[in-house]
Design a protein around this ligand. Structure first.
Ligand code: NDP
Length: 279
């Protein structure tokens, strides 16, 4: 039996075990067990070490341990190093662990689905937020062809710092008010804040949201998130939540752990959405 887990806190509502069981079924991967591991910040490193010492075959890491995971791995992919955060752990043997970050890939794959595009070349993106999630997607978005990213954050210095730290990328920062002057004709707005989690709305104008080609909230929930409600009220053309991103980041982790083959995700996303709605 190959054992996998997701470390997080809270983690009891994680859909990852369900998603990975659907991928395993689809690709005929047998004898797979994927559990949830609730751990405290103080015990996280020891819990990871123990999991792999006992033969664990791979693990995901979710809130709030992605930064801590980046610090405990012995090797990192370039995208994980840029993000400063790891969501996928791959054992290399002899106590060595490779850390990867599949969140950016997940967002890019879901944006392509939502926009019905095979590449994001020429797209301008407004990213709201400058936390771990924003950090993790900047590189992958630019690699996928996004031409320019404007970062806005409640605490502006954090956005400024992120722009400085990624000076090789086409990034700029803006205050919430500056966003109203955005003149790009083809842009998308990505909410990478956790504001929806607190049912807080963001200080954005209706004009910004209604002219956007897509309003995307990385958060997902059974009912439309606060940001999606705000975008719909503003008359947004199209809205999507982050459930597709979750499924896509899991697909890449699955490929990294197993056959190297990416599972098909459209049907899995429909099944996961149905499960979320019935929960
Ligand atoms: P962090 O805690 O690292 O960052 C939170 C960000 O949200 C900060 O930029 C913070 O701004 C901002 N923020 C929080 N509350 C408010 C508010 N009321 N108004 C304005 N800004 C606010 O969180 P993460 O970056 O890890 O996660 C962000 C979101 O992305 C979460 O909802 C998470 O669920 C989602 N996510 C989804 C994934 C998926 O697969 N779908 C994957 C990863 C994340 P400030 O700097 O001012 O504090």
């Amino acid at each position: 039996m190959a054992r996998f887990t997701v470390f997080g806190n809270p983690v009891q509502h994680s859909l990852s075990p369900f998603i990975h069981s659907l991928f395993a079924q689809q690709l005929h991967v047998k004898d797979l067990e994927y559990t949830r591991s609730l751990t405290s910040p103080a015990q996280f490193a020891a819990a990871v070490a123990e999991f792999f010492r006992c033969g664990g075959a791979g693990a995901n890491v979710t809130v709030p341990f992605k930064t801590a995971a980046a610090q405990l791995v012995t090797h990192q992919t370039d995208r994980a190093a840029r993000a400063g955060a790891v969501n996928t752990l791959i054992p290399l043997g002899h106590g060595q662990i490779l850390g990867d970050n599949t969140d950016g890939y997940g967002l890019v794959a879901d944006l392509k689905r939502q926009l019905e595009l095979s590449s994001l070349i020429g797209i301008h993106a407004v990213i709201l937020g400058a936390g771990g999630a924003a950090r993790g997607v900047l590189g992958p978005l630019c690699e996928a062809g996004v031409e320019r990213i404007i970062l806005a954050n409640r605490t502006l210095p954090k956005a400024q710092e992120l722009v400085r730290a990624n000076s090789d990328l086409p990034l700029a920062y803006a205050s919430w008010q500056d966003l109203d002057g955005l003149s790009a004709h083809d842009y998308i707005v990505i909410n990478a804040t956790s504001a929806s989690l607190h049912k807080a709305s963001l200080p954005l104008s209706n004009a910004l949201l209604s002219k956007s080609r897509l309003c995307y909230d990385m958060m997902y929930a059974k009912t439309p998130t606060q940001f999606i409600q705000q975008a719909r009220t503003a008359g947004a053309t199209a809205c999507a939540d982050g459930l597709g991103m979750l499924v896509e980041q899991a697909a890449l982790a699955f490929a990294l752990w197993h056959t190297g083959q990416l599972p098909e995700t459209d049907e899995v996303l429909r099944t996961v959405r149905a499960k979320l709605l019935s929960s």
